[in-house]
Design a binder for this molecule. Structure first.
Ligand code: GAL
Length: 455
């Protein structure tokens, strides 16, 4: 069995250990918080359509209203400022700006993000937009979505629009959010929008996302060479269940799939096909020049870590011949998402990414946990989340003190929000949201984060 937590001799968590230039923030995404899904000329996205389909989202929840951030952003930003949070990661909704994905621009959508960005700046909060956090315009999905190579051109048009509109005020950009998740869950497993399944859609989606990741970076730099451009990856420390050759090799394959598939081509290393033989059909979609097109020199890489994965060899699992052993079966602590609480995972993954020569710097663009919170007498006491955040941060500090070039940390999430196929039940926020009344209440973890940030 892999080690359980070994946290003796950890450094005491202190803000000053991270140094002055470290970026502290919170993260969100458009579909998960904005609501206003058809307001003011917005086009539908694949998530609007997917969550209206029966049986796709727990309890038939959807993001039509979500946190109503579209209307409530002035109050929410005020709250963020009161919590001493200096950096705000959010995403732009492609179909709010371009209802059909390309062509006609929705001036109301343009004005909304203008207001949002200006308001951040007025309050002294630095905006960190992500171009794509999973809400593809439905009009583009009807043309094949991520499986159609034309998406590279569509995405370049959208990225150029965004940087032309906001690049005068926005310095920090992220191109994609977790390509492994939106291609894997959306185009292979079918559990996320647009709900397509199998290798047929998955393989081209992977390749086109890889191309867009780099193309988006180039577009931003073309217009704004001074911009800081990153992109984000879901990543987990991977361990074999037993120190047995077949488990070790299975763990290597899972590592290649979950941690390396999209990162390495961006670094100019190509796809890790030696470990992932079954992904060789990617080559069918590669055109001459694609190896170079997939590479881009990002200013930072966004690390999004929640848990670790423990892997065992599985003869019957097609292609990968590996299974993840759930936390429940291992008798270890886990969150409402059934994800193991394992703070050292973030330490190991930071080191793993830090070993790539091509990475300039790392920013933890998401880390957080869902626990069953309760609002009682106007308060939300969430000691488990508070403890989770502290322990993970301690591991970030440990990595930094060992020389890992990590320069930022963003909590997922600012407010409770729409957790994709899981609906509203898993709450990740530092701030509790009553989805009936839209009332916000800072949780004890949020108070702790504020005190920590105030040093
Ligand atoms: C990430 C994703 C976020 C959020 C979080 C918690 O994969 O980028 O949108 O849902 O996980 O599950």
């Amino acid at each position: 069995m892999p080690d359980t937590n070994n946290e003796q001799a950890l450094p005491v968590l202190t803000k000053s250990a991270f140094r002055e230039d470290f970026r502290w923030g919170v993260s969100t995404a458009a579909y998960q918080i904005e609501g206003a899904h058809e307001a003011e000329g917005k086009g539908l996205s694949i998530w609007d359509v997917f969550s209206s389909r029966k049986g796709k989202i727990k309890q038939r929840h959807h993001g039509n209203q979500a946190c109503d951030f579209f209307n409530r952003y002035p109050d929410d930003l005020q709250l963020m400022q009161s919590m001493a949070i200096p950096n705000f990661r959010f995403s732009l909704s492609w179909s709010r700006l371009l209802p059909q994905g390309t062509g006609l621009v929705n001036r109301h959508g343009v004005a909304y993000y203008d207001r949002l960005i200006d308001h951040c700046l007025e309050l002294g909060i630095t905006p960190w937009p992500t171009l794509y956090h999973w809400d593809l315009p439905q009009a583009l999905e009807q043309k094949g979505g991520w499986t159609n190579r034309d998406i590279v051109g569509w995405f370049e048009e959208y990225a150029a629009l965004a940087v032309k509109l906001y690049g005068d005020r926005v310095k920090n950009w992220m191109v994609l959010n977790e390509p492994m998740v939106f291609t894997g869950a959306g185009y292979f497993l079918g559990v996320h929008a647009p709900g397509r399944r199998g290798f047929g859609p998955f393989i081209p989606a992977v390749h086109h996302a890889t191309l867009c990741q780099a193309a988006g970076g180039r577009v931003i730099k073309d217009f704004r060479p001074e911009a800081e451009v990153g992109t984000t990856f879901s990543c987990s420390h991977i361990e074999p269940l037993h120190q047995r050759e077949r488990d070790i090799r299975a763990a290597r394959r899972v590592d290649a799939l979950l941690n390396r598939l999209f990162l390495e081509p961006a670094l100019g290393l190509g796809y890790p096909l030696d470990e992932l033989r079954f992904m060789r059909r990617l080559e069918k979609y590669m055109l001459p020049g694609d190896e170079e097109r997939m590479a881009f020199d990002f200013d930072f890489i966004g690390v999004q870590n929640y848990t670790r994965e423990v892997v065992k060899y599985a003869f019957w699992t097609p292609f990968l011949q590996a299974n993840l052993v759930p936390a429940r079966k291992r008798g270890v602590p886990y969150t409402l998402m059934n994800w193991e609480v394992y703070p050292e995972s973030i330490y190991h993954i930071l080191h793993q990414f830090n070993r790539y020569k091509g990475i300039r710097k790392l920013i933890v663009t998401e880390n957080g946990a869902a626990f069953p919170d309760e609002l009682k007498d106007g308060q939300v006491h969430d000691p488990e989340r508070l403890c989770y955040l502290k322990r993970y941060l301690q591991q970030v500090q440990r990595a930094k003190q060992e020389g890992v070039k990590v320069q930022g940390y963003f909590v997922w999430s600012f407010v409770d929000n729409f957790e994709w196929a899981e609906g509203y039940d898993p709450r990740f926020g530092l701030v509790h949201v009553d989805f009936e009344t839209q009332q916000r209440t800072i949780k004890s973890s949020g108070h702790w984060y504020r005190d920590f940030l105030q040093g």
